[in-house]
Design a protein around this ligand. Structure first.
Ligand code: TEU
Length: 578
């Protein structure tokens, strides 16, 4: 138990604990362990199955903790592991104090946490409280009658008031977020699926329930919270009409509701300030100001946020241009140069694989581009989030037929596209490239059947390329993506400069190469990344005088008096004379 009960202890903590956002250390302001770490994200359903039912589980993760530790990462974020009917793979929670049957038991969880802490690995818990499952006891009560004490735990619109104003839903097959419920002749709100009714955050009882749940897990010893879809929690409960087509700009209309900041401040006072934990918000509003207001230390709300601008940039088949990509990352870095902290990520369980999406998954370039992307993630300012499998360059599975998909977003999106008479060839092409199932296929451990993920039938097929792309092969090859990744994590951890150092982009217009420097005290590094499948060059200025090379995904490096030539997807970090 980490609760700080004795005031004197609290004072000592405030003075000495690196968790304290206000702490200043010589040269580096506001140091914190969660800024210095590297997060490894596990989709538990797909990581390792210990009992042969085809679904990954907690015991499977325990079996692989030494592997995880060997990566050098310092924190694990697990997607939801609570009891759930799995309409949205655990993002629909029916009991916030129980473990999902398929994943194991509370004893398994306690053991996992203990084994992690013994290895000095921190645990980040997913907290899904914008909505619950419709099978949660609260909702069962709430829908049972209009005067049930739990009625106001959710958003209800009595039918006698007429149809409520249109609300768009992320996962609904008709795109409708209001669902009529005949039991009480009223509509309930669900921004996600019909089985994910939105909780009513304007009700103080709901907020207390959530803080109690967070305390339950913090008392067990979890070290961080990832707040799912939290920017949507506070709502204008008059539900006014919104402009036509508002869903194209959904965060602006659904995000950062009227009381969000006061709820976050309340959460900070009730929970976060009482434990050695940090919290990260999924989503950061629709402007830089919104993001700042969430994470500026002085406001005492959250410690970190992640924005979607970089991953949303590739949400089409046209892809992205490198100057756009650089501009987005530079804008966010510049805005957080003095205050606040963000996450750096290119993939997660809601996205396709990075090497397929941002790199090149052809046999010729997969390895180089995966190493290049990992170099990028681990050399930027912000806490890096690495999604399982990206350390070995796993690729998209690219399903062809809708019957192969398991994700509710894909299945209901397909139904909606059909009824909207969309161009279904185009829809399927997009799904094939961008679907969330691409990023959810089982971890590829070795060349044995089902890639060593399970002895049963995997819930989602293993990618056919597992005989080539797997952990065992990667471990045996000194030049593998995996060994490059480990090396890169080590370099980051050994260099405060890569964590805290100032970032500056070079040559913004260069269409092929992303070049930037990181500077701290009297040290400076240059990061050079070729994002293309051809050779490309960049001219360095007199200020960028290369002293030594720290890491390179090729054996050679061509630099003639500042005229640098990079091979396809070459990634190099150099120390500069300063
Ligand atoms: O995702 C939420 C989500 O999809 C939006 O918050 C986000 O704004 C959008 O992706 C921006 O482009 C979370 C989980 O990550 C996801 O897996 C769940 O399905 C969803 O919440 C519902 O809990």
């Amino acid at each position: 138990m980490k609760k700080l009960l004795i005031p004197i202890l609290l004072i000592i903590m405030l003075c000495s604990c690196s968790n304290n956002p206000k702490q200043k250390t010589a040269g580096i302001p506001n140091k914190a362990w969660w800024k210095e770490g590297v997060i490894y994200q596990i989709y538990p359903r797909s990581f390792k199955d210990s009992d042969g039912d085809g679904v990954g589980d907690l015991k499977g993760i325990i079996e692989e903790l030494d592997y995880i530790k060997s990566l050098g990462v310092t924190m694990l974020w697990l997607n939801p592991i609570y009891a759930s009917p799995n309409d949205d793979n655990g993002y629909d929670i029916s009991d916030y104090r129980a473990i999902m049957k398929e994943f194991g038991t509370m004893e398994d969880f306690d053991l996992l946490l203990k084994e992690m802490h013994q290895r000095d690995l921190k645990f980040v818990m997913d907290v899904v409280v914008n909505h619950s499952s419709d099978e949660h006891e609260w909702f069962k009560q709430s829908r049972s009658s209009r005067d049930n004490p739990y009625r106001d735990y959710y958003h209800w619109w009595p039918a006698e008031k007429g149809k409520p104003n249109y609300r768009w839903s992320f996962f609904d097959e008709k795109g409708e977020a209001w669902k009529y419920d005949s039991i009480t002749d009223a509509y309930y709100l669900h921004y996600f699926s019909q089985k994910q009714p939105d909780l009513n955050w304007e009700n103080p009882k709901v907020r207390q329930e959530v803080y109690d749940i967070m305390k339950f897990w913090a008392d067990k010893g979890v070290d961080g919270f990832r707040l799912d879809a939290f920017q949507f929690a506070s709502k204008d409960t008059t539900f006014p009409a919104l402009p036509e087509g508002y869903q194209k700009n959904i965060i602006k209309y659904y995000g950062m509701g009227p009381n969000l900041h006061s709820y976050l401040r309340e959460m900070y006072d009730e929970v976060l300030s009482k434990y050695e934990v940090f919290a990260v918000s999924e989503g950061a509003g629709s402007t830089l100001e919104d993001a700042h207001a969430l994470v500026d230390e002085d406001r005492k709300e959250l410690q970190m946020a992640y924005h979607f601008e970089s991953v949303d940039m590739v949400n089409s088949l046209e892809g992205y241009t490198l100057p756009q990509f650089k501009q987005v990352f530079t804008k966010w870095d510049t805005s957080f140069a003095e205050k606040g902290w963000i996450s750096i990520f290119l993939s997660n369980h809601d996205a396709a694989r990075i090497v397929s999406r941002f790199g090149n998954d052809s046999p010729e370039f997969r390895e180089a581009s995966a190493k290049m992307l990992n170099t990028f993630l681990l050399s930027m300012r912000g806490t890096p989030y690495i999604y399982y499998g990206d350390e070995i360059g796993m690729t998209n599975i690219n399903f062809d037929s809708i019957s192969q998909y398991k994700d509710i977003a894909a299945i209901n999106g397909y139904k909606k596209a059909l009824s909207d008479r969309e161009d279904m060839d185009l829809f399927m092409k997009k799904l094939n490239f961008l679907s969330r199932d691409n990023g959810r296929t089982p971890m590829q451990w070795n060349p044995s059947i089902h890639a060593g993920f399970t002895t049963g039938i995997p819930w989602l097929p293993v990618n056919d390329n597992y005989k080539d792309i797997n952990v065992a092969n990667e471990q045996n090859n000194p030049n593998s993506i995996l060994n490059h990744f480990k090396n890169m994590v080590k370099i980051r951890k050994e260099n405060d400069l890569l964590i805290y150092g100032a970032y500056q982009m070079l040559d913004a217009e260069n269409k092929d190469i992303y070049a930037f420097t990181r500077t701290l005290d009297n040290k400076k590094m240059l990061v050079l990344l070729n994002f293309t499948d051809h050779d490309s060059s960049i001219k360095l200025s007199e200020n960028e005088n290369i002293e030594s090379i720290l890491i390179n995904n090729y054996t050679d490096f061509t630099n003639e008096n500042g005229d640098v030539n990079l091979k396809p997807y070459q990634a190099v970090i150099c120390e500069l004379k300063y």
